[in-house]
Design a protein around this ligand. Structure first.
Ligand SMILES: [Zn+2]
Length: 256
């Protein structure tokens, strides 16, 4: 019974945090304040009433449209809120109260914001990656993988891609990995440790090539069209955070 209440609380908190993540996704690339002005309709600029700010529910009740100007509100907004809510419930159930829960939720929220900002703007803002890397390292003193693995992880995440990016630039004369990707890898390394940041890099590269080849086959894009690698990194890091240890353990059994 106690657990059910705790999970409900986690879900409600997650929905509210998801609503804040939408604000981050929309405003950080525009370099706007997160606190002011309060939420407005993006089309008619009218300030939203309290009930229009209720996560997920407001969007459903209003039929996905602004109450006054009838402009469609993209479904991605309630989806971010719902996904964050589910993530909070799952994490609360899986980790239980404690530093690990706090660390994983902070990490998950950063990944959600980076996923969408990179998808829409092809940037990975320093205001998320740099403080995120520091917090990830600090939290590793009280959570797995421990500070040694976290430190190696953030160096591997930052250093190896930096060398690769430099080589890529010299050989192909084009920028393969941006500095934003490198900083995001350092963030992932700080939170997950060195084994899982390498797994993340491998998974993201694999996903990126599958989608890239798919786009070329479908003639929807050409080789020069840069895919937002941070978007793949975000998905891969979530997979690594949830199932990475199991995946590595399974992989090791293949060589026994
Ligand atoms: Zn409006």
């Amino acid at each position: 019974m106690m657990t059910a209440w705790l999970l409900l609380l986690a879900g409600l908190l997650g929905l509210a945090v998801g609503s804040f993540l939408n604000v981050c996704i929309y405003r950080i690339p525009l370099e706007q304040s997160l606190a002011y002005p309060p939420s407005r309709c993006m089309a008619c600029q009218r300030k939203l009433s309290w009930f229009e700010n209720v996560p997920v529910l407001a969007w459903i009740v209003l039929g996905g449209k602004c109450r006054t100007c009838r402009t469609s509100i993209p479904a991605v907004y309630p989806l971010v809120e719902a996904f964050t809510g589910v993530m909070f419930v799952w994490a609360a159930w899986h980790y239980g109260p404690g530093w690990m829960l706090f660390s994983r939720l902070l990490f998950g929220c950063s990944l959600i914001v980076l996923f969408f900002i990179d998808l829409h703007h092809r940037i990975l803002p320093n205001v998320i990656t740099i403080p995120g890397t520091i917090l990830g390292f600090v939290l590793s003193f009280v959570t797995p993988p421990g500070w040694v693995s976290s430190l190696i992880g953030l160096v591997i995440g930052g250093l190896i891609p930096l060398v690769l990016a430099e080589l890529y630039l010299r050989i192909r004369k084009i920028e393969g990995l941006g500095m934003g990707d490198v900083k995001m890898l350092a963030l992932i390394g700080a939170f997950l440790g060195w084994q899982l940041v390498l797994l993340t890099l491998a998974l993201a590269s694999f996903m990126g090539s599958i989608v890239g080849v798919g786009l070329i086959v479908a003639r929807r894009g050409d080789m020069k069209l840069a895919l937002p690698f941070g978007t793949f990194l975000a998905i891969a890091a979530m997979v690594a955070a949830v199932g990475g240890d199991a995946l590595i353990a399974w992989y090791m059994t293949l060589y026994r």
